[in-house]
Design a protein around this ligand. Structure first.
Ligand SMILES: [Zn+2]
Length: 371
């Protein structure tokens, strides 16, 4: 690695960051995936040798990504595994100075394992509470009395080293394979769990599966209840759906890859914040290349956006790496990267107390990182 690149990568790592688009399953560590696959292989559920190479590989092809994606679903069918991966995913994000994280996951019913959507989510929350390496702030009320956030361990007089601290919020995903009733269940669950860190609703899944009209009643219900919504939009060129999503006007949109000129115009006039996932879009073909990614267009017109990983495990990336890619591809300066990271605070689904704390954290980090 060139010295310059190394220095920039270190700077991106030190930068406090806000992650708004991260799927729990897709963010699992490769080492954990390998271990879980080995266990399932021993039980005869899968053939370990078939998946071993794909798990260990860096820079996977699209079919390999889909193969892994299937594997995630096979691996995360019991409560203990869900708890374990949640804990690890939060630790991994905190270790690279993500100070606020919204994790999204699809609550699953699995009768054979005695799993309900509610018990699945309880396993997720158990994972958040099991984190020891860093301090997890799950509820807004905690932020009022706690010490200020630190983005790196700081040595205080007397040798006390304070832990890194991370705000974690949960988004419940509606999977595009689900029925209207199942989607409504998820929205009701989000409402029931709003005091346990559940803060919003996401629509995701295979973009060529299902119809917008199926999920609309659930999304309308979430809107009525005042639950913020983010939608995976334009992963494929489905004109009718893109139009309907823009008309629905969710609080945020993910990806927005395949928009035509009119849709771009509409998106920009609506100023809906966009979760930009560079590596994911290039690897899945949503964007032709990094250089030609629509980030540049949106950034140049000052459209609200935030950099995100989507599936850091699946795509072998990290949020720090996404910031580095923006610097190396589009030539943003450190001051501009800092501003980009800071702006994301305004698009979090958490309330004003959390935003205030995050704004303060960025203010304190600014001097150190941009001079
Ligand atoms: Zn996604």
């Amino acid at each position: 690695m060139e010295k310059e690149e190394e220095e920039m990568r270190e700077w991106c790592l030190a930068l406090p960051k806000v992650e708004l688009h991260a799927h729990l399953n897709g963010s699992v560590r490769d080492s954990t995936l390998l271990e879980l696959a080995k266990q399932l292989g021993d039980k005869g559920v899968i053939v370990f040798e078939d998946v071993k190479d794909v798990i260990m590989k860096n820079g996977r092809s699209l079919p390999e990504c889909f193969q892994l994606f299937e594997l995630y679903h096979i691996l995360t069918t019991d409560h203990d595994t869900v708890t374990r991966i949640t804990k690890e995913v939060v630790e991994d994000f905190a270790m690279e100075n993500v100070v606020y994280l919204e994790i999204r996951t699809t609550p699953k019913n699995n009768e054979a394992k005695g799993m309900t959507k509610q018990s699945y989510m309880n396993a997720v929350i158990k994972g958040l509470k099991a984190v020891e390496a860093v301090e997890v702030v799950l509820f807004d009320s905690n932020s009022r009395t706690d010490k200020p956030l630190t983005c790196a361990p700081s040595s205080e007089l007397g040798g006390d080293v304070s832990k890194k601290k991370i705000y974690v919020k949960l988004l419940l995903s509606i999977d595009r394979r689900e029925t209207t009733l199942a989607a409504l269940d998820t929205v009701n669950l989000a409402m029931e769990m709003k005091d346990q860190g559940v803060i919003g609703i996401d629509l995701s899944g295979n973009p060529v599966v299902g119809e917008w009209e199926t999920y609309l009643p659930a999304l309308e219900r979430a809107k009525q209840l005042g639950i913020p919504i983010t939608v995976h939009c334009g992963e494929v060129a489905n004109r009718k759906e893109i139009q309907a999503v823009l008309d629905f006007c969710p609080q945020r949109l993910g990806h927005v890859c395949c928009l035509n000129d009119d849709e771009w115009k509409k998106l920009k006039s609506l100023m809906i914040p966009v979760e930009i996932c560079l590596t994911s879009n290039v690897m899945t073909g949503g964007a032709p290349s990094l250089e030609l990614h629509h980030f540049a267009d949106l950034y140049n017109v000052k459209h609200p956006l935030s950099l995100c990983t989507d599936d850091s495990g699946l795509f072998s990336t990290s949020l720090s790496n996404e910031y580095y890619l923006v610097a190396s591809t589009f030539g943003l300066s450190k001051a501009e990267l800092f501003q980009l990271a800071q702006d994301a605070v305004e698009f979090v689904f958490a309330g004003d107390e959390v935003k205030k704390t995050l704004r303060e954290l960025f203010r304190r980090a600014e001097k150190e990182l941009t001079t």
